[in-house]
Write a protein that binds this ligand. Structure first.
Ligand code: DC
Length: 222
């Protein structure tokens, strides 16, 4: 009989601009983990919604999205990182129908990710609470709103010099509100998650903390 290989599941949840994407990418590279960016599913749906003629009928709209659309390449991703898409994604993420549709896709990916990886790391808002409540290691990142806005503003101004700090701050405020107050799968810390407040830590320090913790639980990753 074939021996079943243990492939750990690690989750990172947290608000927008808390650094979870950068951390998950770095950890996935170092430990050869499959990286699942769960917010990209909502962004993709947001992109389709912007041009859909089925806006009033959410079920019809979701059924109109082709299965292959979820095989998102690096190039496809670029067009999903803009404010119009992000705003629609945040709005649609409140819908029960959208969340259950997305959850099915995320679980399919978790079941079938390539064998060459040692495990998987997911980042988003409900990874440790809803997508994989039985994950092996869970992190919950927090950081003060103004600090997140400053960091996000610094990133964006490199691409667009006209970006205004107050607009970034307001946008994050709205997203935090949507994420934490929605009825379905709001952003909350899982009881068994390790909380890291990144307000006074830079991204490098946070990555070191996360990696050290993973190695303490999974020493064979060294
Ligand atoms: O992480 P992000 O900014 O790319 O996420 C886009 C939107 O998707 C964001 O408004 C919150 C939502 N989202 C969610 O509801 N649940 C997740 N697990 C990930 C993202």
């Amino acid at each position: 009989m074939k021996k079943k290989i243990f492939r750990p599941i690690i989750t990172i949840d947290g608000p927008a601009a808390s650094g979870k994407g950068t951390i998950a990418k770095s950890v996935s590279k170092d430990f050869n983990l499959f990286y699942l960016e769960t917010g990209i599913f909502y962004r993709l749906i947001g992109k389709f919604y912007l041009v859909s003629s089925n806006k009033r009928n959410i079920k019809k709209f979701l059924n109109s999205i082709r299965k292959e659309s979820f095989l998102i390449t690096k190039n496809d991703k670029q067009e999903l990182y803009n404010e119009d898409v992000a705003e629609k994604a945040s709005f649609l993420a409140k819908s029960k129908e959208v969340r259950s549709f997305v959850l099915t896709k995320q679980l399919e990916m978790l079941m079938h990710y390539p064998k060459e990886f040692n495990g998987v790391i997911l980042e988003g808002r409900d990874c440790g609470t809803v997508i994989v409540p039985n994950a092996d290691i869970k992190f919950f990142l927090t950081a003060n709103l103004e600090i997140r806005a400053k960091r996000r503003h610094q990133q964006l101004i490199v691409k667009d010099k006209k970006i205004i700090y107050d607009d970034v701050l307001m946008d994050l405020k709205v997203r935090d509100y949507n994420d934490t107050t929605r009825k379905n799968s709001p952003l909350v810390k899982a009881k068994d998650a390790i909380e890291i407040d990144c307000s006074s830590k830079d991204i490098k320090e946070t990555i070191i903390i996360v990696k050290k913790f993973i190695l303490s639980k999974l020493p064979y990753f060294k």
